[in-house]
Ligand binder design. Sequence first.
Ligand code: PRP
Length: 208
Amino acid sequence: MKRDILTIAMPKGRIMEEAMEIWQKARLPIPFDLEDTRKLILTIEGEAVEWILAKPMDVPTYVEYGVADIGIVGKDVLMETEREVYELLDLKISPCRLSVAGLPQTINHEIVPRIASKYPRVAEKYFREQGKQVEVVQLHGSVELGPIIGLADRIVDIVSTGRTLKENGLVEMETIAHITTRLIANQVSYRMKQEKIKEIIERLSEVI
Ligand code: PRP
């Protein structure tokens, strides 16, 4: 942990665009070369702040280990990674659902249905709590392929607009959780850098 600098883990991709909007509205500083860079650590001139650009699934890891003081991350990733971090604020951006989906009108003959997912832990927990035995196969993307090509009976995945499901002939069957983006903090940083972090929470709260 860098004593005098607040390090923020930002997830590269979809969430970052919306997070930046809210950051801007809250008058929090943003690195100006963000759009046009491959750099993974960005500093902001005149500000004791740095951003690290991370894969969304890795954000809680950076925050738990304290190499980032705070982070922006989807509740889906928090549920999957189960990292020891403080969840400080619901930014209410990037809303979506974590759902079970599959091909319509299929009768499942399998005794142990196979579930494809980027969220193996969430999937396993969900079916276990329902008393159902399943085999979970982890994929890293394009999960909707699973039932179409016969790899899996069902998927557990993010549904946002529902377009990916629709265009691939799949239907949403059960909702596991409603998801939004959260602000998280390292537990030690939250104490040591309380003033800075609280100011960010206050400013963000005003614009949520
Ligand atoms: C996510 C998710 C779905 C899709 C849902 O995938 O895993 O596939 O978005 O969005 P929709 O309901 O608006 O269609 P992502 O785009 O992150 O790509 P990936 O499948 O390669 O992970």
